[in-house]
Ligand binder design. Structure first.
Ligand code: ADP
Length: 541
């Protein structure tokens, strides 16, 4: 007979994260660079009070449980308040990526049926452009104060955020409901086809915050000052607005300015100990430091994810005293899946071994299960050699896309197909060789485009590089390296090809190099390989 445990049955709710921070880390700071210009500084206590005021305002705007509320916003305190006010009320905080094309933005807002749209001053022209297309939005709120409201606009009954917050009381008891209630929504960038919505729950978000805070995950504590450079409009800023609140860490939000100069200034002035973002961001920061002979002081750790972290970047950050940890994740995973953190047995290992580990996407954080299968769906060994399609399971992994019946992303026994091609070693460390659709197949064998790119950006003259497979009469496909050189730098084809010597198997070496001024990127800053392959489809060897 089943004997029931006798512990309190309490739902895991997002509002409790903020209440905890208010009660026990009330004076910890949230510092934001604003669109309007100045740095804004307040505490978790202030944020909690304003989130309650905003929740009361949402009630007045007749936002009901389950209603979707859209945002077009940077990483800043107002966006943070919206996260908590909306989800805390039982409605759904739908972060929209403002870097998408206008048609994609209106598609996403209409598909989600957003009732209210909060947006920042930077996006006023974009919203004015699409306002006629938005079928369900009842209220538009501009996230600014009275002084910055536009004199004229085509947006009907535009509400001023500060007026809305200030005209409401901060007296509110957060509603209690089932922890499986939807909390937030994020669409994947959709490199192919229309974007697909991932609907998170209170339970998945709080569990993800617990697990991602662990020392071997992102290691977040009340002693940290954390700067999420990864946007809050993309996968909830890797969950940092939740995990930092859970732990009472100081939050440093860079707003619209994610360039080297501004990030460097924030890190130094706010004593940022940990920062998280995609490789492009760190490339800009490191270039700024190099050009101006600057040293980064307080930063202890940099979390790099979204794309592979090149070894040269890991080395350079180490020179500044910052340890790099790779994070692998996906919108569908809330997003944290694996981190490249060493184990006890690696203590005291040499730099080469450490770099080898850091070059992998990492081992699963507790809660995430991973496996690899071949094209027939048969599980493959975890021996660090066999590579196949990565599948995952876990309480913060998507079970179904929002508003879609058809699902070809899950196996019959409930594993989610990630679309990444990887190997997993005996210690559980996973290494991505490619996205399924990006692998280069030469003579029936896979060549890792990611590996080629990582090596190529280690060349001092190379700013950015992409390896693609181009049709070849004998080998089916051979790798072509498409390169953007650094400003003022020069390098020949032969020099760049020679750079691979001794670093990889000979047959992996790209057959040719094409020089371009820039590479195509998706709205989330990833290389758009599909577009690149189209650009080079008529390429002759
Ligand atoms: P998108 O919406 O563009 O798919 P995601 O952030 O969900 O954006 O992208 C997830 C994908 O990004 C992963 O499936 C993987 O291919 C890639 N990715 C994420 N983290 C890493 C990493 N550390 N190294 C290499 N690739 C990564």
């Amino acid at each position: 007979m089943m004997l029931r445990g006798q512990m309190m049955d309490m739902p895991l709710l997002i509002s409790d994260l903020l209440t905890h921070a208010e009660n026990y880390h009330g004076d910890s700071e949230i510092v934001s660079r604003t669109v309007e210009g100045p740095i804004h500084r307040y505490t978790y206590r202030d944020a909690a009070k304003r989130a309650r005021q905003l929740a009361n305002a949402l009630k007045d705007l007749q936002v009901a449980m389950g209603d979707r509320v859209g945002t077009l916003a940077w990483n800043g305190y107002r966006h943070y308040e919206i996260y908590y006010a909306v989800s805390g009320s039982g409605s759904v905080c739908h972060t929209v990526n403002p870097r998408l094309f206008a048609e994609q933005i209106s598609y996403i807002i209409n598909h989600a049926e957003d009732q209210v749209l909060f947006f920042e001053l930077s996006f006023l022209p974009q919203v004015e452009q699409i306002v006629g297309e938005l079928k369900t939005v009842r209220h538009f709120v501009l996230m600014t104060d009275r002084a910055n409201m536009p004199r004229e606009t085509s947006i009907p009954n535009l509400i001023c955020y500060e007026d809305l917050v200030n005209s409401h009381s901060d007296q509110l008891a957060w509603p209690q409901f089932d922890e499986n209630t939807a909390s937030s929504l994020c669409y994947t960038s959709g490199t192919t086809g229309n974007p697909k919505g991932v609907m998170y729950s209170h339970r998945s978000t709080v569990l993800h915050a617990f697990a991602s805070s662990l020392p071997d995950s992102l290691d977040i504590s009340a002693q940290s000052a954390v700067m999420p450079v990864v946007p809050m409009f993309h996968v909830n800023g890797w969950g940092l607005p939740y995990s930092c609140t859970m732990n009472g860490a100081k939050l440093v939000l860079p707003g619209p300015k994610m360039d080297g100069v501004n990030l460097y200034e924030l890190i130094e002035e706010e004593g940022v100990t940990m920062a998280a973002g995609v490789p492009t961001i760190w490339m800009m920061l490191l270039q700024h430091c190099q050009r101006n002979h600057l040293k980064i002081h307080p930063l202890k750790r940099v979390i790099i994810g979204g794309s592979a972290a090149p070894e040269s970047m890991v080395d350079q950050l180490a020179e500044h005293g910052a340890e790099v940890r790779q994070l692998w994740g996906m919108t569908e995973l809330s997003p944290c899946g694996t981190t490249s953190t060493p184990k006890f047995k690696h203590n005291g290992c040499n730099t080469a071994t450490l770099r080898h580990l850091q070059g992998k996407q990492g081992r699963p954080i507790y809660g995430v299960q991973i496996r690899i299968v071949d094209d027939e769906g048969q599980p493959l060994p975890h021996d660090g050699k066999a590579f196949g399609n990565l599948q995952v399971k876990g309480p913060w992994v998507l079970s179904q896309y929002f508003g879609r019946e058809l699902d070809d992303n899950h196996t019959a026994d409930g594993w989610f197909n990630t679309g990444d091609v990887v190997n997993i070693d005996a210690d559980g460390y996973m290494k991505i060789t490619d996205r399924t659709k990006d692998v280069i197949k030469s003579g029936g064998e896979w060549i890792s485009s990611i590996e080629l790119e990582n090596i190529m950006v280690g060349h001092p003259a190379v700013q950015e590089a992409a390896a693609i497979g181009v049709v070849h009469p004998k080998w089916d496909e051979r790798p072509l390296m498409v390169v953007v050189l650094k400003e003022g730098a020069s390098a020949t084809r032969d020099e760049l090809i020679g750079f691979f010597e001794g670093k990889i198997a000979k047959w992996w070496t790209p057959d040719d190099v094409a020089f371009v001024d820039e590479l195509p990127h998706t709205a989330t800053g990833k290389l758009q390989k599909l577009k690149l392959r189209e650009m080079f489809k008529d390429y002759q060897w």
